[in-house]
Design a binder for this molecule. Structure first.
Ligand code: GLN
Length: 483
C-alpha cells in the first residue's frame, strides 16, 4: 500500500478497493511507528486527518470526488493551517496556531484531500540540508546519517520513507528540486506566480514559490492541478488560466530540443552524476529529442546575487517577528527595546540571524548601490541568458545538485560550502522560470536528480518531458534500502 503512487491510490479509492479512512489510518500507524527515526513531521494531525478522510469517503460515495479526494498527503510547515501549529521550523513560531488557511491548503481541503500533518523544514526555509530546523534534522532514508536536502527536507523524507503519498514544498532557490534529487523524488517548482503565496510564510517574496514533491511526474501533475491558479489574495499571482497538467503527459517527444548549458557540466560536477546525466540524455535521444550545447554565461554569479537578494528580502519579511503580535516573546522584558532584542535573539536560529544581518547590511544606506542594486542588475542578466537560450531550445537540462546527499554535519561549519549546493538551482528562481527534478540514477548508491528547466508557464511541457522519461526508465521506482 505505502509504495502506491497518488495516481494508484486515487484509482483504488474510485474503484472502492479501499476507503480513505483505511489508508489514512495505515499511514498514521506507520508514522507513529517509524517517524521517530526519520523526524519528517513537526506536527501530526491524526484527528483532523481521520475527519477529512471521513468527508472524503462521503464525497467519493456521492460521486463528487476529484482525483486527489481522499489521498493522504503532508504539507510543509510553512503553509498556514487553521487551528494547527505553523512553525516554519522556528522556535519563533513554535507556539503559533494559525487563525487562517493558506490558499493552497484551502484548495486541498475543498477537494477533500487528507492532510496527515506538517513537515519538518529548515528554519524559515533557509538552508540546503534541513539541519537548520529548530526541531532537529530530518533524516534521509537513503543512507546512514545523510541529509535529505533542504529546505523542504521533511516533505522529501515523508514521501521517500513512505509516510505520505505526496507532499507540498516551497522553492526559493532550490528547496523543492534539491531535496527531491537527494531522496529520489520528482518535484516541480512552478513559474513564479503560478501558485498562490497567500498564507505561505514569506522568506524572499520575489523568489518563493510552492510546488509538489511526489514519487512520479504524473503525481506531481495531479497535485499541481489542485495548487495552481490565480489568487486575488496574492498580488503577484498570475492571472493566466491553468491547464490540466495531466492532459498531455503522454505527448511524444519527437523533435524536442534540449539545451545543455556548458556551465552546468564543469569539473565541479561529481563525475558519477555527470555520467548518469549523459545516460539520461541518451534516453531522451532515443525518445526522439535533439541535444544542443548552449551557454548561460552568468551562472557563476547566481550564488552571490541570490545570497544578497534573498537575505535582503528576508531581513524585511522577518522584521514582523518582534514579540509583539505573535510568535516568541522573551520572559520579563525590561522595556520595549529589551523585548525586541531578546525575543528576536532567542527566537531565531544561527542561519536566520546570519541572513538578517547580511540583508540589513546590503540594504543599508551607503551599501545599497554596491550590493543590492548590483545583485538586481545581475539578476536581470541571468534572466536574459535564459530568455536567449529558450529561444533556441524547448527545455534545458542538467544536474540538480553537484553531488549526492552529504553527511549530517559535513557542511554546517562552512556556510559558503553549503550555499554552493544551490549552484544549479538558484538561477532559475532569479529568472522566475519553472524547473523540475526527477530521479535519473545513483552515485555511490545515493540518488541523483536530472533537472529540467522550461519557459515561463511551461509546466505542462516539463511534466510531459519528465513523464515520458519515467515511462522509459525505472529510476523513480527504486526505493531506499529497507523500505
Ligand atoms: N538553499 C537555499 C537557501 O538556503 C534555498 C532555500 C529555498 O529554496 N527555500 O536559501
Amino acid at each position: 500500500m505505502f509504495s502506491k503512487t497518488i495516481a494508484q491510490l486515487s484509482q483504488g479509492l474510485q474503484n472502492g478497493d479501499f476507503s480513505s479512512r483505511e489508508i489514512t489510518q495505515e499511514y498514521l500507524n506507520r508514522i507513529a511507528s517509524v517517524d521517530g527515526q526519520f523526524n519528517s513531521y513537526i506536527s501530526i494531525t491524526a484527528d483532523q486527518a481521520m475527519a477529512q478522510a471521513e468527508t472524503a469517503d462521503q464525497m467519493i460515495a456521492s460521486g463528487k470526488a476529484a482525483p486527489m479526494t481522499g489521498v493522504p498527503i503532508a504539507h510543509k510547515d510553512i503553509f498556514c493551517t487553521k487551528g494547527v501549529r505553523t512553525s516554519a521550523g522556528s522556535k519563533m513560531l513554535d507556539n503559533f496556531i494559525s487563525p487562517y488557511n493558506a490558499t493552497i491548503i484551502e484548495k486541498f481541503n475543498a477537494i477533500g484531500s487528507v492532510s496527515l500533518g506538517k513537515t519538518n523544514m529548515d528554519e524559515f526555509a533557509m538552508g540546503s540540508s534541513n539541519e537548520n530546523s529548530y526541531y532537529g534534522p530530518a533524516i534521509n532514508p537513503w543512507g546512514e546519517n545523510r541529509v535529505p536536502g533542504g529546505s523542504s527536507g521533511g516533505s522529501a523524507v515523508a514521501v521517500a520513507a513512505q509516510l505520505a503519498a505526496g507532499a507540498t514544498g516551497t522553492d526559493t532557490g532550490g528547496s523543492i528540486r534539491q531535496p527531491c534529487a537527494l531522496t529520489n523524488l520528482s518535484g516541480i517548482k512552478p513559474t513564479y506566480g503560478r501558485v498562490s503565496r497567500f498564507g505561505m510564510i514569506a522568506f524572499a517574496s520575489s523568489l518563493d514559490q510552492a510546488g509538489p514533491m511526489t514519487k512520479t511526474a504524473e503525481d506531481a501533475a495531479m497535485m499541481l492541478n489542485v495548487m495552481a491558479g490565480f489568487d486575488p489574495k496574492d498580488s503577484t499571482s498570475a492571472e493566466k488560466p491553468t491547464s490540466d497538467y495531466t492532459a498531455s503527459l503522454n505527448q511524444p517527444l519527437k523533435g524536442l530540443k534540449i539545451g545543455l548549458p556548458k556551465e552546468f557540466f564543469s569539473e565541479d560536477l561529481n563525475p558519477q552524476i555527470a555520467a548518469k546525466i549523459q545516460a539520461a540524455l541518451k534516453e531522451y535521444q532515443a525518445l526522439g529529442a535533439e541535444l544542443k550545447e548552449i551557454s548561460l554565461p552568468n551562472t557563476a554569479l547566481s550564488i552571490p546575487a541570490y545570497y544578497i537578494i534573498a537575505p535582503a528580502e528576508a531581513s524585511s519579511n522577518l522584521s514582523r517577528f518582534d514579540g509583539v503580535k505573535f510568535g516568541h516573546r522573551c520572559e520579563n522584558p525590561q522595556n520595549i527595546e529589551d523585548m525586541y532584542k531578546r525575543s528576536r535573539g532567542e527566537g531565531f536560529g544561527h542561519e536566520v540571524k546570519r541572513r538578517i544581518l547580511v540583508g540589513t547590511y546590503a540594504l543599508s544606506e551607503g551599501f545599497y548601490d554596491a550590493y543590492y542594486k548590483k545583485a538586481q542588475q545581475i539578476r536581470r542578466l541571468i534572466q536574459q541568458d535564459y530568455i536567449n537560450a529558450l529561444e533556441e531550445v524547448d527545455v534545458i537540462m542538467g544536474p540538480t545538485t553537484p553531488q549526492p546527499a552529504f553527511k549530517i554535519g559535513e557542511k554546517t561549519s562552512d556556510p559558503i560550502d553549503m550555499y554552493m549546493e544551490d549552484i544549479y538551482t538558484l538561477s532559475l528562481n532569479l529568472a522566475g522560470l519553472p524547473g523540475m527534478s526527477i530521479p535519473c540514477g545513483q552515485a555511490d548508491d545515493l540518488p541523483i536528480g536530472l533537472q529540467i528547466i522550461g519557459n515561463y508557464f511551461a509546466e505542462e511541457r516539463l511534466l510531459n518531458v519528465a513523464h515520458m522519461f519515467q515511462q522509459a526508465t525505472d529510476w523513480h521506482k527504486t526505493t531506499a534500502p529497507g523500505l
